[in-house]
Design a protein around this ligand. Structure first.
Ligand code: HEM
Length: 207
């Protein structure tokens, strides 16, 4: 589960970096060309299959762990010791369900449309590209959509805050020296990912 989680942590950085091209370059063809490369390159296509497998593994393991927890302790503790569990760790399953809902909507909206020809096409230097930049910009004109996305990113941040540290702990990287470093890295990573993703709908909406 932690390996699948670390894999997803890497995916998020790459996905965010590609999407931020929309903000860094005025010409939307920069983003469209990179998205086209990502969608057609054979190595990245293989990575995509591994990615979906990674998501699936991560979800299946999480469900098994949660069910084992419930079965081991059918009655909940009368009082939860606040010192032993962080708020982020206690809400992992709840944030996970919301992230999963976000993902289903997001993939149906963007990935499905991009892959199965529902996105507008644009001819550039003799090559047909999907105009994913225009699709994203038009989506982020809708206030409800922007709010839903930003709320999902914040909850994703809560999930990552615990998930990032926990993945390293499970892999055995847990001692007095390394744990504080991982905690700082986890905070920096979460701020970067939530901040980077949040900037996209915000900037597009207010531009
Ligand atoms: C502003 C934020 C985001 C934008 C603009 C965005 C945009 C997109 C677009 C355009 C695609 C289709 C790309 C293609 O197939 O060519 C896509 C796919 C995808 N997105 Fe996002 N995304 C955002 C945030 C996220 C987040 C936070 C997650 C995960 C929690 C995520 C997970 C995925 C997945 C799993 C796919 C399908 C696999 C892939 O194409 O790489 N996205 N996204």
């Amino acid at each position: 589960m932690s390996l699948a989680g670390l894999f997803l942590i890497t995916f998020l950085l790459v996905h965010m970096g590609v999407n931020l091209l929309l903000l860094f370059y005025e010409d939307p063809m920069v983003f469209n060309q990179v998205a086209h490369f990502m969608g057609t390159n054979i190595l990245i296509k293989i990575f995509e299959i591994v990615l979906f497998g990674g998501f699936l593994l991560h979800i299946i393991y999480a469900l098994i762990l949660q069910i084992q927890n419930w079965l081991a302790r059918p009655k909940r503790y009368y009082k939860i010791s606040k010192s032993e569990t962080s708020a982020f760790s206690r809400w992992m399953i709840h944030t996970a369900i919301i992230i999963l809902t976000f993902l289903v909507i997001h993939v149906a909206d963007f990935y499905y449309k991009a892959k199965f020809g529902h996105a507008e096409e644009i001819l550039f230097n003799g090559i047909h590209y999907h105009d994913l930049a225009a699709m994203i910009v038009s989506k982020f004109q809708i206030p409800g959509f922007v709010i839903f996305y930003i709320a999902s990113f914040i909850l994703l941040g809560f999930h990552l805050m615990h998930g990032f540290q926990s993945a390293f702990k499970t892999l055995g990287l847990n001692n007095l020296k390394i744990t504080p470093v991982i905690q700082v890295l986890s905070l920096l990573y979460t701020i970067l990912v939530v901040g980077g993703f949040t900037a996209i709908p915000l900037v597009i909406y207010f531009q």
